[in-house]
Design a protein around this ligand. Structure first.
Ligand code: AQP
Length: 327
């Protein structure tokens, strides 16, 4: 089976964008692949974060992985900082990463947002660590949302450059797996921006743990337009984003959805979307609270995951050290 690797940062409440762009796709394809899914806590410290919050969020995210359907029969689940090889490899690879390549990363530019003098170096080196996460496991496919396209190109470039320098296929060159639908879920309040954990406007996103009342309020407030036509139209990003969410959740085609809501108003469509969201999220939340009430079991799953992946990571790291002349 081909190897799949991906991860999410435990930086806040995970939202519908993370679910539809990443997690849901991991779950749907898990039986086809040899999967490794990580909670990338080393990435989460690239921006200031409260230690207690980081520790709790890490467990919450692990519980959500399982509650959304990741199954330990198909997947190894672990916390990134529990496998030291990620940090060690990241130092070595940073010595093989031209600064010019990192200077081009748009996520760094937007997250540093004009604070270049004060932002920490870890944020700048974030893409190198991400590349190491993937390369350590000789990964074939990396299922991610559209915003990770550039980081994945960098990962491929780093792997190819390293292999070329040492004239040996040390790394498998991985491919990003970006699905057509749901790869870029937009903010509910400003639909030209992506839905994001760090947006200060709480109404901009649906969190996976939102209760039905909150979901209803957020969808009813979501920005649309005055045309009142329930159709997919790039010129009207608000309604198109809501329709895309509905499309991914129902699996219906754009034509089927437009036909079902022809002549109907936004109110009727939003009610159907709310209904879909609530029925999708309710079972996930139920399972999540069960898992959070049994933390020792959850910790056991994560420990086992780390124990299983560590030898895989160590094999690649040792090979890298050997070709570089370290150790
Ligand atoms: N809006 C989105 N639509 C589709 N996919 C998305 N992803 C993130 N936002 C969307 C995908 O979710 C996975 C995990 O993301 P992450 O937490 O590792 O990275 P992130 O991009 O930092 O997530 P956020 O929510 O956007 O957080 P902030 O606000 O910190 O930037 C990735 O596969 C990502 O593509």
């Amino acid at each position: 089976k081909k190897r799949v690797f991906s991860g999410i940062q435990p930086t806040g409440n995970i939202h519908l964008g993370n679910y539809l762009g990443a997690l849901r796709n991991w779950v749907n394809a898990q039986a086809e692949y040899d999967n490794i899914f990580c909670i990338v806590d080393l990435h989460a410290i690239t921006l200031p974060i409260d230690p207690v919050e980081l520790h709790t969020n890490t467990r919450k995210l692990a519980a959500l992985y399982i509650a959304c359907g990741l199954d330990t029969r198909y997947c190894k689940l672990f916390i990134q900082s529990h496998v030291r090889e990620h940090a060690e490899m990241s130092w070595i690879m940073s010595c093989f990463t031209p600064m010019g390549w990192l200077n081009r990363m748009t996520q760094f530019k937007s997250k540093a947002a004009g604070n270049l003098d004060s932002v920490d170096t870890g944020l700048y080196c974030y893409p190198v660590l991400m590349a190491c996460d993937v390369l350590l496991y000789q990964t074939h496919y990396v299922p991610v949302g559209d915003d990770q396209r550039q980081h994945m190109e960098l990962t491929r470039d780093l792997a190819q450059r390293f292999n070329a320098i040492y004239k040996r296929p040390v790394f498998t060159v991985p491919e990003a797996q970006i699905r057509e639908e749901g790869a870029r879920i937009m903010s509910l309040t400003e639909p030209t921006k992506k839905m994001s954990k760090s947006d200060t406007d709480l109404n901009s996103r649906i969190n996976l743990l939102d209760d039905p009342k909150t979901i209803k309020k957020k969808i009813n407030r979501a920005t649309t337009d005055s045309l009142r036509l329930v159709t997919f139209d790039p010129e009207r990003p608000g309604i198109t984003n809501l329709l895309t969410i509905y499309q991914v959740l129902t699996g219906e085609s754009q034509q089927e959805i437009e036909a079902a809501f022809a002549g109907k108003g936004y109110g009727e469509f939003k009610a159907a979307l709310i209904d879909r969201l609530v029925t999708t999220l309710e079972p996930i939340q139920k399972r999540y609270y069960e898992l959070m009430n049994d933390l020792p079991t959850l910790e056991g799953i994560l420990k086992q995951g780390a124990d299983e992946v560590r030898p895989l990571a160590a094999t690649t790291l040792n090979q890298v050290k050997e070709v570089v002349g370290l150790g």
